[in-house]
Design a protein around this ligand. Sequence first.
Ligand code: GDP
Length: 337
Amino acid sequence: MSRKIDVPSLIDGVKGGDRAALARAITLVESRKPAHRPLARELLRELTPLSGNSIRLGLSGVPGAGKSTFIDALGCDLIEQGHRVAVLAVDPTSSVSGGSVLGDRTRMGRLAESEAAFIRPSPTGLQLGGVARATREGMVLVEAAGYDIVIVETVGVGQSEVAVQGMVDTYLILMLARSGDQLQGIKKGILELAQVIAVNKADGDNAGEARVTARELSIAMKLVSSDTERRVPVLTCSALKEMGLEEVWQAVLDHRKYLEQKYGLANYRAAQQVGWMWSLTEAAVLDTLHETHDLRELARDMEAQVRSGSLNALDASAELLRQFAAKVPEQDWAHGR
Ligand code: GDP
């Protein structure tokens, strides 16, 4: 990124749907540099009013479940219907593995070639909280640039799914026909978040097994689903043979309609924003505590005293908060790192 960031021209570029400007704008919101945060906030303040006009879909599945094949096929279908599709990836492990597996253009070869698609891999070098923030902000930017379908992709093995479900309208999990372990590495808690499930690779010899798995999952979902008023549809599809994709998409649209009727989409999203405000605030307070030398020392001391019984937890917590308020000027808050 150039040293001097011209926010107004980035804003104009994004508004005009300029892909290079959009990519630079996303790089800015991903930046960990404290000096970039106010610029990112300025950008987001201007562009947020233009956002919100998309269908927001979260998609999880373990590696190999067929996510990229699915997004490639579905994305191209949607583009043929006149939509513009953005794909954002959330993969906190990419910081560890050094590169992002998700959202990679080469994994979605056909879609990547389309002018109406925008594919962005997971930001690297950020903690989960930072990845979630960058993705949520990236969503605002792609919406402002005119993408009317946003797919947020994640691997389904950790905490990021909760964050993703909190930023999308509908959360879809791609499963495989059972292969010993019913849950196949998808964390059980993550299934609870699912609003639509599709058992992928339901083709060839695998088709029957996929249908059996879908039936079993459908029964299991009655027990684990967090929404008791709605049955989570469990479908089968083949991303490779492009079978059943329309039905999966229809289930996504049906779920959206359900949200609209039950809460109103705007209210649902507003509640997500409130949740988001709290996660940002909690994360910033904790990060600031851990990253500020004196507070970290104080916290260790408080921990030791609480452990030995010389101080109670309530007083220790009050002291930490008092010192936090006294010691940390605003520019040092770990906001959005
Ligand atoms: P991801 O890691 O979840 O993104 O999975 P990929 O989309 O890369 O797919 C992993 C492998 O499964 C690839 O070899 C795909 O060709 C294959 N695959 C994906 N979808 C299907 C499907 O519907 N049927 C079959 N038979 N293979 C599939």
